[in-house]
Design a protein around this ligand. Structure first.
Ligand code: 13P
Ligand code: SF4
Length: 302
């Protein structure tokens, strides 16, 4: 019988998370794929996550439920321009955020996720090396500010996190008299991150909420995609957890690509009657990208 493993990211809808064998952040999903002996891995997330799973576990058939589930950090990056940019810094180590295409990773020396980016870049700097960072300009600006680096940055953003803004936050803060906290994903703009009480990956943000032990009537504002609010409220129904505001009137902020993982699409992928099989990457691209991915995985398992 075919063994199918379904992995889901925290940003997918609750019904899809409930269909999954494992739910996690980007690093978790890569590690779950690495340790899997399933014949088929259904990756209910976005395309770069499925491509990463395929490169890490080439023996498994990896299926992405919907081919259109990309990521703005990928679509905003032209690979030929990236190549020229990388070549203009020959003495630098190129660190690429995992939210990038396989071709992009093949031009990098390391990959990182939002969970290990601080530690990996600090490790590379501690070896006296210079670093260029791509593709997330917001995350790079945060790292430069936080640690005093002057890393040249590629300029793409997450279209979801880039919408959070300081002015909307200030206006909301002014209306809340209770104790308030802001926790944020590092893809958010720097002025928002500067105001945050905690900055971390999706798993890190969830961990912060689970372990919250402050006053019981505090308002906790979360600057990340709305899917994970489900996990947070489930873990801590006693807390007032709200998504941070944006200026669209709806005060909501969803990733359109993650939400393409409908129950129907995931079911079809599990039955192998739908979705896209990740079988289109060239061996050369996979081999080069895997060098950068494996450096991160080896570092993370130290
Ligand atoms: P995490 O690695 O924190 O899960 O982030 C993935 C992502 O796409 C954030 O927008
Ligand atoms: Fe990409 Fe942003 Fe969606 Fe994450 S939330 S997958 S970074 S577009």
């Amino acid at each position: 019988m075919t063994k199918v493993l379904t992995l889901a990211h925290y940003y997918t809808i609750p019904e899809v998370q409930q269909m999954a064998d494992r739910v996690g952040d980007s690093l978790d999903l890569a590690l779950f794929a690495k340790e899997s002996d399933a014949d088929v891995i259904v990756l209910a997330g976005v395309r770069f996550m499925a491509e990463t799973a395929k490169m890490i576990n080439p023996k498994s058939k990896v299926i992405l439920p919907d081919l259109s589930s990309t990521c703005s950090l990928v679509t905003m990056t032209d690979i030929n321009e990236l190549k020229k940019w990388r070549e203009s810094y020959p003495d630098y180590v190129h660190v690429a955020y995992i939210n990038s295409s396989a071709e992009h990773k093949a031009l990098a020396d390391w990959t990182v996720t939002s969970r290990n980016v601080d530690d990996i870049i600090s490790h590379i700097h501690s070896q006296g090396k210079k670093v260029i960072y791509s593709p997330d300009r917001n995350m790079g600006a945060y790292l430069n500010f936080q640690y005093g680096y002057d890393m040249p940055l590629w300029s793409a953003v997450c279209e979801v996190h880039d919408k959070f803004n300081k002015q909307a936050l200030d206006e909301l803060f002014a209306t809340i008299t209770n104790q308030k906290y802001l926790i944020a994903h590092p893809e958010s703009p720097l002025p928002v991150l500067k105001q945050s009480d905690y900055i971390g990956s999706t798993a890190g943000l969830l961990h912060w909420v689970k372990n919250y032990s402050g006053v019981s009537d505090a308002v906790i504002l979360v600057a990340t995609e709305d899917g994970i609010l489900y996990n947070m409220k489930n873990a801590r129904p006693d807390l007032d957890i709200r998504q941070a505001p944006i200026y669209t009137g709806c005060k909501c902020n969803s990733c359109p690509y993650m939400k393409l993982n409908t129950v129907e699409a995931v079911k079809k992928a599990q039955n192998q009657t739908g979705g896209v099989v990740i079988d289109y990457l060239s061996q050369d691209t996979m081999d080069r990208a895997l060098v950068a991915i494996n450096r991160m995985i080896d570092f993370s398992s130290r």
